[in-house]
Design a protein around this ligand. Sequence first.
Ligand code: ADP
Ligand code: GLC
Length: 498
Amino acid sequence: MKPAISVLFVSFEAAPFAKVGGLADVAGSLPRALRRAGADVRLVIPDFQDIAVEGFEFENVPIPSDWTVGIDFRPYSFRVRETRFPDGTPVWLVGGDDFFARPGIYNAPGGEPFGDELERIVFFNKAVVEVMKCLEVDVDIVHLNDYQTALIAAYMRRLYGNEERLARPALCHSIHNLAYQGVWPAERIQTMGFPPEDARYPSPFEWQGMINLMKTGIELADMVNTVSPRYAMEIQTKEFGAGLEDLLRGVSGKLRGILNGIDTEAWNPATDSHLKYHYDTGKLSGKRGCKAALLKEAGISLDRLDLPVIGMVGRLVQQKGIDLILEIGDALLATDVNLVALGSGAKEIEDGLRGLCARHPDRAGVKIGFDEGLAHRITAGADIFLMPSRYEPCGLNQMYAQRYGTIPVVHEVGGLADTVTEWDPSTKAGTGFLFRDAEAGALSDALGRALLAFQDKRAWTELVKNAMAVDFSWERSAKGYLEFYAEAIERHRGGKSA
Ligand code: ADP
Ligand code: GLC
């Protein structure tokens, strides 16, 4: 039998251990899907202070005390803990008190920057490479995710190119969000552990006189992907390329778009432990129970139960297009609808949503903060799910929503365009509503179509069933990743880099 392909999958966040957004969901479920598809995968994440531990057992992995990570000529010790998902997928948590013994993942809890973001990244990236050396990791693929793990590629290819164990694996780099690139002034190259000339053109680090770690990952990886086919095309254009469009067009031969899947166990309306009532396509009555419970939780009277509930969950940042909702919010809430929102992020967007809901307290509720349970209850209890994102590499919420029979209204970009199809009342095909221009009027029109469809109970039930029937499970994408890995190995052997 052919030995299973072995993968070290490295991410800065992974559910359920540490989560900020969709990357955590992907890193927490893709490795397990790859394992089901026959790969031998180990997940590696930082050992943050607030790692969620419920249901997991952790064991210390002994590391000889003379193994350290050097940053700016100072040695820092690191440690490794191991745990396993119930299916056996192993996870290493790589930590050290100097950088991870504090609350917060990317920022301090209030959103304040730590000040030593780069040192934390360098520490984690170097420690992962040291772990590969001292624990004698021997894998076919090292799969990196976003710029926070891109320096691993640089250490493997530029510092340890002569060491068989570190030279052998092919490198894959996944772009989850091109807007976050990890840009630092050229002089920070020393903290990263490279000589000053590496920050000067031409080099995989250099970008417009600065260092850009997303670029480093893209250049050094044997294969690069992003998380939907549409976004893979979009990022090669000026509109969506965030300045890296020329680079991405230049490496289009090794660039793929592989749609994210969802964890169909954690997100299953028939068994979801965050819900009081359960349902499936055969028996939808539980969804009405979830709707009533949600209205209650949001402080909205049950007299409004027959009116549509519009739900929203997400990071409150420019990407998510919440400004469009704020633009139409008062007019929308003057009609017969309810709104329930959950999110946190930029203060002005938080304040905008708070203000909108405060002006319509009988029909609108917002919770500012991170609340996994409420995210599930909104996904289940709402009728319509709003995602007017200005851009969306993939987006998971619109897939969760469809699985829960909650009809997405989305901007036709990125993964949203790849996963939602417009409802056609005449053929009864489609799963949601899309709008093309990122403008309040276009959003209003799409919402108008959804609200009109909601009036026809029979047709709406068909639409709900269509949405619930779509298969968003990881299985197909896991296969896509196996092909992607095979291509990476091929390219690495052939010595191609673009
Ligand atoms: P992104 O990764 O850009 O944030 P995704 O749609 O891919 O967008 O994934 C977002 C994930 O984070 C989903 O699982 C969503 O439910 C979750 N999420 C976002 N904000 C919150 C919040 N305030 N509370 C709970 N879950 C949240
Ligand atoms: C990013 C993107 C989101 C995507 C997620 C997981 O955070 O914003 O669209 O679903 O990564 O790939």
